[in-house]
Write a protein that binds this ligand. Structure first.
Ligand code: NDP
Ligand code: 2IT
Length: 450
């Protein structure tokens, strides 16, 4: 049995109840076989793969809070510090009722390679809670965040572990969490990113993930004689990532025709009015269905389950899933290809099942950009926020945007070069994993078996 198969089997056995985590490990390992085989002896002697799949530590804690009626609730909080070979742990916090250890571990594992791809010194971590901020008052969200940080503060720090946002955690939550950290520790330090601009946040961090997705997509398309201009684009999600992805794609001349939330999706053949979606979602915290009240040409479709075709049944040139994991299954992938889709850019983390990715990779002429590369601009700009905090200064929006743009171009070129080097030109799933892995592997070996 090969070294990869051995460690994969051991990982699946040890983590049997963690389907998302084992899915993420399988996807990475399957693309690394050539690199691992070429270095098998060295990696085995260093127990490299065994160490890579075992987090440095996983913290789980009780988060008690009371709602506005005085009724007590208890949620479960998580922080998985996966790997700090190349820098302090870095990764978002997700507040969503579906959150469990498997989901946080898959996100933390992927973050190791994504963060490495940014070229900046950040390790991999992730956290969150099975708390649903939807429908809660600001006061309830504040009490939850305060309680969450009352435990989390012991485990994080500007040079230790720097959390940020993810699903359900945006500017409001980061503000409450930062205020609590500061109050407990007295430290005014860059312990969180995605902060407000008045207290250490970076310009462009809010739109960075969405902009970065489009910058990377445009680099990939341009390299193949194409661009966003004039293309039909279907997007899922209508949160932070989806909104700024849609905004930048529209700016580059594309027509974004779909967006969604967990209740349903909208189709606007005239091109979605992204600013209207932003106001609905960021300011009013409303449902996407309300878009149709003011945009009469648009249609709303209720979603009953993730397995329906939904957005992925709509003919499109470019598909960009920006909602959550396992959004695109085999049937969706086949439908996208059948309807003429020739470019898939993953905005969310692991939005496609591994078998759906296989379909994209085996479709001639279809360009596929994996999440670890495509959405790395969010955490990359978080790292730029950390730099500004350490230097106690702030860069202009133009400076940060141009650094983000250059970062995404670099990521594209690095993943393309790695794919080519191993004889798989244009297999960017493989290229991104290899490019991200090589730096982490070298750092882990240099630091000894820890
Ligand atoms: P938000 O919470 O801002 O938005 C999430 C969007 O996806 C909402 O429209 C939400 O709908 C929808 N959604 C979430 N869960 C589900 C579900 N189970 N079924 C259907 N729809 C769902 O999160 P972000 O935009 O920040 O994150 C989106 C994705 O991008 C996630 O995969 C995240 O991990 C990833 N990501 C985020 C980064 C960031 O900087 N924020 C960076 C890199 C990746 P509803 O409001 O109804 O729940
Ligand atoms: O998945 C991700 O990369 C994020 N949610 C952003 C993490 C960060 O630290 O900015």
């Amino acid at each position: 049995m090969s070294y990869i198969s051995e460690v994969l089997e051991m990982t699946e056995k040890k983590n049997a109840g963690q389907p998302e985590f084992t899915q993420a490990v399988r996807e990475v390992f399957n693309t690394l076989s050539q690199v691992i085989e070429a270095n098998e002896e060295k990696y085995k002697q260093n127990a490299l793969l065994e160490r890579l799949v075992e987090p440095d530590r996983q913290i789980m804690f009780r988060v008690p809070w009371t709602d506005d009626k005085g009724v007590p609730h208890v949620n479960r909080g998580f922080r998985v510090q996966f790997n700090n070979a190349i820098g302090p742990y870095k990764g978002g916090l997700r507040f969503h009722p579906s959150v469990n250890l498997s989901i946080i571990k898959f996100l933390g594992f992927e973050q190791i390679f994504k963060n490495s791809l940014t070229g900046l010194p950040i390790g991999g971590g992730k956290g969150g809670a099975d708390f649903d901020p939807k429908g809660k008052s600001d006061a309830e969200v504040f009490r939850f965040c305060q309680s969450f940080m009352t435990e989390l503060y012991r485990h994080i720090g500007a040079d230790v572990d720097v959390p940020a946002g993810d699903i359900g955690v945006g500017g409001r939550e980061i503000g409450f969490l930062y205020g609590t950290y500061k109050k407990i520790t007295k430290l005014y330090e860059g312990v969180l990113t995605g902060k407000g601009l008045t207290y250490g946040g970076s310009l462009i961090r809010t739109p960075a993930t969405g902009y970065g997705i489009v910058y990377l997509g445009e680099a990939m398309l341009n390299d193949h004689g194409k661009s966003f201009k004039g293309q039909r684009v279907t997007i899922t999600g209508s949160g932070n990532v989806a909104i700024y992805c849609a905004q930048k794609a529209t700016e580059l001349g594309a027509k974004v025709i779909t967006m969604s939330d967990s209740n349903g999706w909208i189709l606007d053949e005239n091109g979605i009015d992204v600013e209207a979606v932003r106001v609905l979602k960021e300011e009013k915290r409303a449902r996407i269905s309300e878009y149709c009240d003011t945009h009469k040409g648009a249609k709303y479709f209720e979603t009953k389950s993730m397995d329906e075709l939904r957005v992925w049944g709509v003919p499109t040139d470019i598909a960009i899933p920006c909602a959550t994991q396992n959004d695109i299954n085999v049937q969706h992938a086949k439908e996208l290809v059948k309807n003429g889709c020739r470019c898939v850019i993953e905005g969310a983390n692991m939005p496609s099942y591994n078998e759906a990715v296989e379909i994209f990779l085996s479709t001639k002429g279809l360009l596929f950009a994996p999440a670890k590369a495509a959405n790395a601009g969010g955490v990359g700009t978080s790292a730029l926020e950390m730099s500004q905090n350490s230097m106690r200064l702030s860069w202009t929006a133009e400076e940060v945007d141009s650094k983000l743009h250059a970062m995404m171009n670099n990521i594209y070129h690095n993943m393309a070069a790695a794919a080519k080097k191993y004889g798989h030109t244009d297999n960017f799933a493989m290229g991104a994993n290899i490019a991200g892995f090589e730096k982490v592997a070298e750092a882990m070996i240099a630091q000894g078996i820890q």
